[in-house]
Design a protein around this ligand. Structure first.
Ligand SMILES: C[S@@+](CC[C@H](N)C(=O)[O-])C[C@H]1O[C@@H](n2cnc3c(N)ncnc32)[C@H](O)[C@@H]1O
Length: 256
């Protein structure tokens, strides 16, 4: 498939506009939070230290800190995301300015590595080796993402025609990630898909997408973006309100 025409390094600016759009545009509903916790609780509830890799503004780092007794370490390279995140997180969350390829934590110091919607930015082999290095024996790595295997279930792709090809071109499949992690000695022990409630209806989805907090929507041109939002609002006006869900895949890895 064609590569996106836009220069991703310019359009996806986690130091600037995206860091400002992220919190209002990527809110986690109460129902989605409950769905997420049911999935992660078996791994996180008794963990002493959880590292959130590519933590962004700390959406999940905050949930991890609020839902468990774990000490949470948010690892994030973009100064803009870090700045928003440190202002919102509980004081005892530790923020580390670092990348997945150089996690900047001690070896065998983390019970659970959590990473959401970030692996498409990683140098996967280097990140997998780092995750294996920082995990304690018996620890788990949880990767949470809408991988290409579930793209056909994502409502928002329908409204922005070029977005699907863009994401196929830039995102590894879950199967590919699983192979890379296995090469680093972390083997898949569970794989599941969780339907996260995004909004109450299509109009709510339009409000959410209008923040352009999904990086793919920064890679399509402005005309396509505006047309997609307008078409979505028109559809919302002519249909009965119904909740919108998004499928998120969780991959669980453990050492040998
Ligand atoms: C789509 S956001 C997800 C943020 C957060 N995990 C969430 O779900 O709200 C992707 C994040 O990955 C970060 N990122 C980009 N390259 C990275 C790398 N090499 N290592 C770690 N994080 C990275 C970005 O700065 C951004 O904050």
């Amino acid at each position: 498939m064609d590569e996106p025409e836009a220069d991703a390094t310019d359009a996806i600016d986690y130091d600037g506009q995206l860091s400002e759009a992220y919190e209002p545009g990527r809110r986690i509903s109460a129902e989605a939070r409950a769905t997420w916790w049911a999935a992660v609780e078996p791994y996180v509830a008794a963990a002493g230290v959880v590292a959130d890799l590519g933590a962004g503004t700390g959406r999940f780092a905050r949930l991890l800190a609020e839902s468990s007794a774990a000490r949470v370490i948010a690892v994030e390279p973009a100064a803009g995301m870090l700045s928003v995140g440190t202002g919102l997180a509980p004081d005892d969350t530790r923020w580390v300015s670092a990348s997945a390829e150089h996690i900047a934590l001690r070896s065998a110091s983390v019970d659970v590595v959590w990473s959401a919607f970030a692996t498409h930015y990683f140098d996967l082999p280097a990140a997998a080796r780092e995750c294996a290095r920082v995990l304690k024996p018996g620890g788990h790595m949880l990767i949470w993402h809408a991988y290409p295997e579930v793209f056909d279930q994502l409502e928002w792709y329908r409204w922005f025609p070029s977005s699907l090809a863009i994401d196929h071109a830039r995102m590894a499949t879950a199967a590919e990630v699983i192979d890379v992690w296995a090469d680093a000695g972390l083997h898949l022990v569970d794989r599941s898909v969780h339907q996260m409630r995004l909004t109450d209806d299509l109009d709510g989805l339009a409000d959410r997408l209008a923040h352009r907090a999904i990086s793919t929507l920064r890679l399509i041109d402005d005309a396509e973006f505006e047309t997609g939002i307008a078409n979505l609002r028109a559809r919302a006006a002519e249909t009965e309100p119904a909740p919108v869900y998004s499928p998120n895949m969780m991959l669980v890895f453990a050492g040998a």
